[in-house]
Ligand binder design. Structure first.
Ligand code: C2O
Ligand code: CU
Length: 516
């Protein structure tokens, strides 16, 4: 094992990722930031210089536990969506190999891109009347997109279609006949995506760092916070280039598709394919999305079966609400608020006054709640309370989706758990039935993930072992949804942790703090 040092400077810079000039947060001048590469058991040291002038930085090492493909991103305010993000690639130690073969390895990060600043967005979301962030202006493929600079109403000088930062699309160059492992991650703020490469099938082999039983797709559905590896063989006519396309699904979006070039060597990398880019799947068809989730199984030989029973079942109804007129998202009618004092210190030192002590509910009133209609009552409460989990216990979470405040509307939510991987036990449409649906769980070979989607009017069941002492967020990975309260916090085994470094004190009630 080695120690790998990274030196990062994080700052705001004017960028034209999609030809429109706006402030982005960069790492060493780049967004997405550098890919962290390491081998299993290496220690990665990132020395970060915060040159943001007026903001803090907190980086979340999203999903990190094992070899595979992961992500990192800002976890402070809405910083993630202005470019403070990147990928992590963990390779196997020498002598070990993946259960599949390929000739080359490439990574691409998919994002969406807004022209408004995060401050305008955060202000709109916290205002009366509510101002929604709307659909993103562009989809970026590894930081590159193309906004139409002839769009009416643009301020002069802001959009320049010939800017070298955006004038040519992202290019994935391949040699005919070779097989490529493409590591695809999504860190969109809002959009659920379908990704495809014109004329090429993709064989999915990895999801969130775990080997999956290979299966073939024409397009890959990928939600914010997820990573996949797919194998692609460059087996089409080598005399031309092909389109790689990302497309918004699950929202009737105005955002144009993101385009990159799948370049067959030795064609010119910037030569446009002679065809119209594929249109992709219908935005509102849930069936193939659920089918992809169900097709995914742990790979033979790499199956870690889940505990066959659980110690606790928490059903989480996801709703859009109003609190004093403000629009919020809630779980079991509790909309999450971050306290000022770090939970780790608060729990360990029993500073009970710094966050709400009434635990959030394990259930909602499923007898009387109609998930297919707007709620009879939109009210919810805001709280910073947490779920305390028994250390080493097995916990089932059922995420239940419902109608939003708007009639006939339900959205897709990608839920991400910090600090753990979970088994995906099952998906379903409609209301989860606690008596019959658990009988359909996959107890044999479910995949493990750290992010999973919940489809409109559907449910998703996950299981995990609370074996990582600490305080962990579990939240919708849509930036604005988490900001509006769509998340919960789990605590387990904090009493087992050793002394925390005093350097983590200083916020909230721990200013000038002395450990008891
Ligand atoms: Cu990638 Cu808390 O998120
Ligand atoms: Cu959400």
């Amino acid at each position: 094992a080695r120690i790998r040092h990274y030196k990062w400077e994080v700052k705001y810079e004017y960028k034209s990722q999609d030809c429109y000039k706006k402030l982005a947060i960069t790492i060493n001048g780049r967004t997405p930031g550098p890919t962290i590469e390491a081998q299993v058991n290496d220690t990665v040291v990132v020395e970060l210089k915060n040159s943001l002038l007026t903001e803090n930085v907190a980086i979340h090492w999203h999903g990190i536990r094992q070899p595979g493909t992961y992500l990192y991103h800002a976890h402070y305010g809405l910083q993630r969506e202005v470019g403070l993000n990147g990928m992590i690639r963990v390779s196997l130690p020498p002598g070990e190999s993946e259960p599949y073969t390929y000739d080359h390895d490439r990574s691409i990060l998919l994002t969406d891109w807004y022209h408004q600043s995060t401050y305008e967005q955060a202000t709109g979301l916290s205002s009366l009347p509510f101002v929604w962030v709307g659909e993103p202006q562009s989809l970026l493929i590894h930081g590159k997109g193309k906004f139409d600079c002839s769009t009416p109403g643009l301020k002069a000088g802001l959009c320049n279609a010939t800017n070298p930062e955006c004038s040519s699309p992202y290019v994935i160059t391949v040699v005919p006949g070779k097989t490529y492992r493409l590591r695809i991650g999504s860190l969109t703020s809002l959009a659920a995506l379908s990704f495809e490469i014109e004329g090429h099938n993709m064989t999915v082999v990895e999801a969130d760092g775990h080997n999956v039983e290979p299966f073939v797709v024409k397009n890959l559905f990928i939600y914010s916070g997820e990573t996949y590896s797919v194998l692609i063989k460059a087996d089409q006519a080598p005399t031309r280039n092909y389109w790689a396309v990302s497309k918004v699904i699950s929202r009737n979006s105005t955002t144009p598709n993101g385009l990159a070039i799948f370049n067959y060597y030795p064609n010119h990398p910037r030569r446009s394919p002679p065809t119209v880019p594929p249109v992709g799947p219908a935005w509102d068809d849930v069936v193939p999305r659920l089918a992809q989730g169900e097709a995914m199984k742990a790979r033979q030989g790499y199956i870690l079966p889940p505990p066959q029973t659980s110690d606790r079942v928490i059903v989480m109804l996801n709703t859009q609400n109003r609190i004093n007129g403000y629009t919020r998202w809630s779980v079991n009618n509790v909309s999450y608020n971050l306290p000022d004092t770090p939970y780790l210190i608060a729990v360990k030192d029993r500073l009970n006054h710094v966050f709400d002590q009434t635990p959030p509910p394990d259930r909602y009133d499923s007898q009387n709640y109609d998930i297919f209609s707007t709620a009879k009552n939109f009210n919810a409460t805001a709280s910073s309370s947490i779920y305390k989990l028994q250390f080493n216990s097995t916990v089932d979470i059922i995420l239940q989706n419902a109608n939003t405040i708007t009639p006939n509307n339900s959205e897709t939510h990608p839920w991400h758990l910090h600090g753990h991987d979970f088994w995906v036990m099952g998906y379903g449409q409609g209301k989860f039935d606690i008596n019959s649906d658990p009988k359909k769980y996959n107890l044999v070979d479910p995949i493990m993930k750290n992010t999973v989607s919940v489809q409109p009017y559907g449910w998703t069941a996950i299981r995990f072992v609370a074996d990582n002492p600490g305080v962990w967020a579990f939240h919708c990975h849509i930036e604005a949804h988490f900001y509006l309260g769509m998340g919960v916090v789990f605590e387990e085994g904090v009493e087992m942790l050793g002394r925390y470094p005093t350097s983590i004190t200083g916020c909230g009630d721990t200013k000038g703090y002395r450990r008891p």
